[in-house]
Structures are given as C-alpha cells and as structure tokens.
Design a protein around this ligand. Sequence first.
Ligand SMILES: Cc1cc2nc3c(=O)[nH]c(=O)nc-3n(C[C@H](O)[C@H](O)[C@H](O)COP(=O)(O)O)c2cc1C
Length: 368
Amino acid sequence: MENKDLLSPLKLGDLTLKNRIIMSPMTRTRVNNRDVLLPIAAEYYRQRAGAGLIISEATYITPGGKVRTSQPGIFTKEQVTAWKKVTDAVHAEGGFIFAQLAHSGRSAIPEYNDGLPAVAPSALIFDSGAHGSVAEKGLEPAIPKALTLDEIKNLIETYRQAGQNAKEAGFDGVELHAGNAGLVEQFLHGVSNIRSDQYGGSLENRARFLLEVIDALISVFGKDKVGLRLSPHDRLSDQHDPDPIATTTFLTKEMTKRGIAYINLLEPHNKFDDYIPYPEGDPETLENVRKQFSGVIIANGGYDKASGNEALENNKADAIAFARLFLANPDLPHRFKHDLPLNQPDRSTYYGNSETGYLDYPFWEKAN
Ligand SMILES: Cc1cc2nc3c(=O)[nH]c(=O)nc-3n(C[C@H](O)[C@H](O)[C@H](O)COP(=O)(O)O)c2cc1C
C-alpha cells in the first residue's frame, strides 16, 4: 500500500515533492514603498525550502488590487526581479514554489492603492468582518465600482500577464487565490455579486470569472502547474456561501475537467481556533471535494502533525498546508520527522517590515 504520511513524497504534475508538508500562503508585508519584496524575503523563503511545496504569500496582480497597506505585487519589473531572487533561493535548496495570485476587489482602500477605486462584481459595500488595511487602519471600506464587461475581460488578461510574470520570476507554478474575501470569491458569492449579465445570477455565471481566470493561467503554465485556493466557509468582509456543497461540487468538477494540479482547501477543522472560527452549522467540504476531484488535494486549517497524518492516512487529502506552524518553524519537516518541540508563532510580528519574527525563528539544529 502507498505510504502516505506527511514525510512521504508526492507527485504533483511532473514535479515530485519531497514530502507532503506544504507551506501555506502567508502575507508578511516585508516590502518597500513600491511593493517590491525586501531582500530579506529571499532568506525567509530559503529557510522554509524543506517544504514539499511553498505557496507564496498573496501577490497582487495590478495596481488597485492590494488588500493590506503594503503587500508584494507582481506587475512591475522591479517586483518580478525581487521575486526571482526568492525563487532562485528556494530552488538552490532543492525546493519548489508556486506564486499565489491575488486581487482584493472591494476590500481595497483607494488611499493605499494609488487613489484607484476599489472594483468588484457589484457596487456593494461590506459592513463587518473587515480585514487587511480596513481593519488595520480602522477605515471605512470604500464603495466599489462595479466592473464593466470590458473591464472584466481586461482583468482576465491581467491575470494572464501576472501568470507570465510569475513564470519570468522563476515560479514553478501559480495558485489562483479564490478565497479569503478576494475578488474571485466576491464573484462567486451572491452576497457580493448581484450582476444580471453572464457573470452573475446562477452558480455557473458566478463561477465564470474564476473559470476564465483559471483558463488564462493554464494558457501560460499548462494545467499541471496551476492550483486553486478555496475557503468555502469564509465569513471575512461579509462573505458567505449559503451552499458550499453546491459550489464546491460545481467547481471541483470543472477543475477535474481541466486537470489542474491541485485544490488547496482551507477548511477550519479546529472549531476552537481563534484565527479561523468554524461557522456554526456549515457542512464540511473536504470530503465533497475529494469525491469530485481527481487531482491532488491540499487540506489546510488548524492541522498539526498528528491530525495531518490522520487526514492523509484516511485518504481525506494528499498533502497538508501549514501556515502558522511554518511561520514559526522554518525547519518544520525536520521537526516533524524527529518529533521535536515546536516554536510558537508570535502574532505581533506577522506583519510589519522587520527581520524580527521573520528571519529569527530558530532552527532546531542550530539552537540545540
Ligand atoms: C500571517 C498570516 C498571513 C496569511 N496570509 C494569507 C495569504 O496571503 N493568502 C492566503 O490564502 N491565506 C493566508 N493566510 C491563511 C493561511 O494560509 C492559512 O489558511 C491559515 O492560517 C490556517 O492554517 P494554519 O492553521 O496552518 O495556520 C495567512 C495566515 C497568516 C497567519
């Protein structure tokens, strides 16, 4: 029988990952005032190259699409060059890295987006559950401008260009961020999408934007190098899917048709987790996605070594993404392998601009 614990290898398209421990995307905001990653980012990612696969922090694809006050972009030459230093560092250590491509849609604040208006499927503002710069700065969300059909078409081309840029920057593939209240999710959910054209209304229509972006990314990287990130239980910024089973069924069937590399599913398993509370009454979606999708499933949300191995052994997923544990333990696979104690993450340094809480989490072997 196939050995499927966290430390066993995994085929992902034509890549062979050395283990099934994935570094989950994490925004760390170590950028300059042009949203270019600081040189320290190469060292941060290099430290974590023991992961089977690193998924980069959300990198925004175009001016106006930034959720925090500062975040790396992937649309200027300078930004792409900085990302290349990261991918080179990861590859030098024998690791693989995908870029997470993001657009914040209505969560953007013009003040931190060169004065550009926030854009969204519909001109609907959210009342609660703010994150990013809105929460960070105690600001009111901006009323977004509803995208025209031409603008939607242009945005899909912008995603394609971001895919090209990711390729130029040396990434092994791309992950479309379709969760966490970003633009793609805003199209998916009726609560933020009341369009009456082909991008609104039925589930098929609300999913159209996502599918067209996925197809654009496949046109750049090929299906084996494209992943999809979903968070079906999202409640950030008023997002809510009243029927996550229907949505994930439709999307996973479409992804199976296309044969993409993986689906990365954030499903809060730990119902007492303060970072990602599990919404009361929501059905679990992992099993449903597993049933419908023939590619690799990366499960995420509150896992540790034991629960990760259990999910793999019970064939619920093929790999597990760890965020906070990887943030605090650059040598997480080594620690798992030898059952070593774990460093605890310090929330106060998640974001910011400093090396503290970024480069200085100790490696077990160096500290002991
Ligand atoms: C500091 C921080 C930044 C994050 N940034 C992103 C991001 O850029 N993109 C994303 O999809 N998820 C982001 N997340 C969510 C994580 O990838 C992950 O889904 C969540 O932390 C649950 O996994 P965990 O229980 O292993 O920490 C972030 C989480 C943290 C702690």
